[in-house]
Design a protein around this ligand. Structure first.
Ligand code: HEC
Length: 192
């Protein structure tokens, strides 16, 4: 009890002293001048004296692949490009996605959305866009030996970039890579 008044007398002024009008100044704090408390940082686009090329914002490491982006080094802007690259993709691309129930279900869903209007529900090339006369080019049967004999990578290429002659358009911007492989699994299943 003897010291209570004394303690209050000391504490109250301390509380007021610790308030500071300047909001940008943290005031006194324990170990406050330590680098770990107040990191010195460089803004993304500022020069950086610690790096050899002086750039704070570093380029991604060579060969880095952005999340969710699948590299596809097979151009297909012209007929000549597509003729060369469809075969090349057939030799080089292979995505071992097991044709399990989940993949087939996913493939079926995307096939129905993106392919069956031309190629038909059973893949026989008799989709209503063609049979109704709206789309004059004959869609290839996907279940006969001509397509079934192609490696997965070639079919993947056709979905991504369209057919060589360009009668079937590219679907690369509409269908995710995993869904393209799932469609291929489904097309193989349809042929059984
Ligand atoms: C707008 C109609 C249309 C749609 C939609 C379409 N196709 Fe085609 N497809 C065609 C036509 C037409 C051909 C024949 C093209 C040719 O011979 O140049 C063809 C050809 C193909 C071929 C054979 C290519 C070759 O090398 O001869 C494959 C494989 C194929 N399509 C798969 C698909 C798949 C898978 C989908 C769905 C993602 C799809 N197509 C969507 C019209 C379509």
């Amino acid at each position: 009890m003897k010291y209570t008044r004394l303690i209050i007398l000391v504490l109250i002024p301390l509380v007021f002293i610790s308030c500071n009008r300047n909001k940008n100044n943290p005031g006194f704090d324990y170990m406050g001048s330590h680098d770990m408390y107040y990191t010195k940082f460089y803004k993304a686009y500022s020069d950086n004296p610690y790096l050899n090329d002086s750039m704070t914002n570093q380029l991604p490491a060579e060969g880095a692949i952005a999340r969710g982006k699948m590299p596809f080094p097979y151009p297909g802007a012209t007929i000549a490009d597509r003729a060369v690259n469809q075969a090349k993709a057939g030799r080089e691309l292979n995505y071992p996605m097991a044709a399990d129930a989940q993949s087939l279900e996913r493939g079926k869903e995307h096939y129905r959305i993106f392919c069956s209007s031309c190629h038909g529900d059973q893949g026989e090339g008799d989709g209503h866009l063609h049979t109704s006369g709206l789309f004059p080019a004959k869609p290839t049967s996907l279940v006969e030996a001509y397509v079934q004999g192609k490696p997965d990578g070639e079919i993947y290429y056709v979905i991504t970039m369209g057919s060589v002659a360009g009668l079937m358009g590219p679907h690369g911007s509409q269908i995710l890579p995993e869904d393209r492989w799932a469609i291929i699994n489904y097309v193989r299943e349809l042929a059984k």
